[in-house]
Design a protein around this ligand. Structure first.
Ligand SMILES: [Zn+2]
Length: 104
């Protein structure tokens, strides 16, 4: 059986989201209420430790700074979201066609 090797070999292994092949389209960001996103923000007065999963290229719609962090679901996080450390806002991200961009 012939094995066709396309130039896709040169493409690095990308996360599942890019398999849609439209990862160059800008995401639509919608601000989320942090209280709906994160559990028990100040219950025990401990700083909330968020595990982030890298930085996305989107710019914060509120403070116009880059470097939004991807935060996936974890013990104290109910909804995967993008987090802006500059204005401590949380955003949902969708593709222009309305498909969620942050679900795995
Ligand atoms: Zn911001």
């Amino acid at each position: 059986m012939p094995f066709h090797v396309h130039e896709s070999l040169a493409v690095p292994d990308l996360p599942a989201a890019s398999r849609r092949n439209d990862h160059v389209a800008p995401l639509i960001l919608t601000e989320l209420n942090p209280l709906q996103v994160v559990d028990s923000i100040a219950v025990d007065a401990q700083p909330l430790e968020l595990m982030t999963f890298g930085t996305v290229r989107e710019v914060c719609p509120k403070c116009q700074r880059g470097g939004l962090k991807l935060v996936l679901r974890q013990s104290s996080v109910r909804i995967a979201h993008l987090f802006c450390a500059d204005c401590t806002s949380c955003f949902d991200a969708q593709y222009p066609d309305g498909a969620p961009a942050l679900t795995i």
